[in-house]
Design a protein around this ligand. Structure first.
Ligand code: DO4
Ligand code: MG
Length: 270
């Protein structure tokens, strides 16, 4: 595990921290972070480091339709499901769905998947909460909730197939620790998709557009359910490419969140 010192340098914390989970489970996280500042650690150049997805045995879950843009896009994509999306946006209970096992998540620079049996595939750039087993948000990272919109739109019961398949979840590159909800709500989320060197889609939103409070989302996730290793929760998309856009193999997907960094992946067919 490493601590980012500046854009070019990472501090190697492996002498202090055994696992990511033990770090997020620590009762003294703020004190532990403050103590790191007083110590010296080996330095590594970022260019020599291959970053892995910041996840171990945490389950990945996602919330849907937390942004008005997402509600509108889903209602347009399907007559069949329009009422469901309309209702869930205003309902007390949010839409929550299982997205991935930790071991299946792809990290920065790894390929993300589009299904070979889908015609309409998109990335969903989402702020992700890193949550410990005590339902505390211990950090923020970036999630890509890769989705097959034609499969999702055909029938609501196909949602798991539209959302859960090989390489459908990317997480990373870093976890920002210690930011408050108020700070996170000032962050911008940007999505850039490049094809053969040309930008084919660009979009931007703000975390402030998330309709529900962070506490409410975590509270629903942990209702009647335990997460002994913690969980990662993707908080929904507010950026939806136009309906005639679908990802293709070799597209480059870059998601930037101002308080975290950039998660970049190349698309592959699975
Ligand atoms: O049921 C649709 C999923 C919605 C979603 O993933 C999102 O809003 O990000
Ligand atoms: Mg999503």
């Amino acid at each position: 595990m490493g601590l980012i010192e500046d854009e070019a340098t990472l501090l190697d914390l492996s002498s202090e921290i055994e696992t990511l989970t033990s770090f997020f489970e620590s009762e003294q996280l703020p004190a532990q972070l403050a103590a790191f500042k007083q110590k010296t650690f080996p330095h590594c150049a970022m260019r020599d480091v291959r970053l892995l997805a910041p996840i171990e045995r945490q389950e990945v879950w996602a919330v849907g339709v937390t942004y008005l843009r997402s509600k509108k896009a889903r209602m347009e994509e399907s007559d069949f499901s329009a009422t469901a999306y309309d209702k869930v946006y205003d309902a007390a209970r949010p839409e929550l769905f299982f997205k991935s096992l930790g071991e299946k998540v792809v990290g920065p620079g790894d390929p993300v998947g589009i299904r070979s049996d889908a015609r309409w595939s998109v990335p969903e750039p989402e702020l992700a909460f890193v949550i410990n087993s005590r339902a505390q948000i211990t950090g923020f990272t970036i999630g890509n909730d890769m989705s097959s919109r034609d499969i999702e739109g055909e029938n609501l019961l196909y949602l798991p197939q539209a959302k859960i398949y090989e390489r459908s979840c990317a997480i990373g590159p870093f976890v920002t620790v210690g930011a408050t909800e108020a700070e996170a709500r000032t962050w911008k989320i940007q999505l850039t998709i490049t094809r053969a060197g040309q930008c084919v889609f660009e979009g931007e939103t703000s975390v402030s557009q998330i309709k529900r409070s962070f506490g409410e989302l975590v509270e629903y996730l942990f209702r009647s359910q335990l997460f002994p290793h913690g969980a990662i929760l993707l908080t929904g998309t507010g950026i939806v490419p136009p309906d005639d856009f679908s990802l293709r193999e070799q597209d480059h997907v870059r998601i930037h969140i101002s308080g975290v960094g950039a998660l970049e992946n190349i698309v592959t067919k699975v």
